[in-house]
Design a protein around this ligand. Structure first.
Ligand SMILES: CC(C)(COP(=O)(O)OP(=O)(O)OC[C@H]1O[C@@H](n2cnc3c(N)ncnc32)[C@H](O)[C@@H]1OP(=O)(O)O)[C@@H](O)C(=O)NCCC(=O)NCCS
Length: 165
């Protein structure tokens, strides 16, 4: 397995995989919400713009040229890197792909001089993140799109003002 950061030029080939996983892996969102994500917030056009301007990073795990899963990360802010989405193809779950994507995210976060990684997880998935060293920091009830979310974080270093502004 290899993990690489998606180049905007390769987004066209990646997008159908992204669309498939968004539709299959997140049943706790109403299908209309997923449509809204795919056509508005994370449309191919918007993602292209975001990748080109480094507003977002998409890490893709591949077996040869077959994508297995992805992690979408926001541009760090205030020394904190936020994981927006993480998904692994159902046929390849339970083989360490998710853990490897989180580990690569951590490497990138460290190289950016950040002190912390954060995410909001669907409650049933929180134990996966605990296995990756994250702690539960709180519960957001009926949060965005009516879904409960567990706020999770992992401190990876000292806050360093010089490195982040
Ligand atoms: C959650 C997800 C990303 C995990 O990816 P994965 O490649 O299957 O996970 P890994 O094989 O790296 O598993 C690492 C560890 O977490 C555990 N784990 C995996 N999925 C889990 C889950 N859904 N709930 C609890 N623990 C889980 C594994 O058993 C493994 O434990 P071990 O280290 O003791 O063996 C993947 O199952 C997925 O895409 N789920 C649907 C989408 C989703 O919910 N994304 C997160 C939104 S917050």
């Amino acid at each position: 397995m290899t993990i690489s950061s998606l180049n905007p030029e390769n987004l066209k080939d990646f997008f159908p995989f992204f669309e498939k996983l968004m539709r299959k892996n997140f049943p706790f969102y109403h299908p209309k919400v997923i449509d809204y994500f795919l056509t508005k917030i994370y449309s191919q056009q918007n993602l292209y713009y975001q990748l080109q301007n480094n507003y977002r990073t998409i890490l893709v795990a591949y077996e040869v040229s077959q994508p297995l899963g992805f992690a979408m990360i926001d541009e760090p802010y205030g020394g904190v890197s936020f994981l927006r989405w993480l998904a692994v193809d159902k046929n390849h779950q339970g083989k360490g792909v998710g853990k490897a994507l989180v580990s690569e995210w951590e490497k990138i976060t460290k190289s950016q001089g950040c002190h912390k990684m954060e995410l909001a997880a669907y409650p049933l998935i929180s134990s996966f993140y605990e296995k990756c060293g994250f702690e539960k920091e709180g519960l957001q009830k009926m949060s965005y799109f009516g879904v409960n979310q567990v706020v999770m974080g992992k401190v990876i270093g000292k806050f360093n003002l010089e490195k982040i502004i």
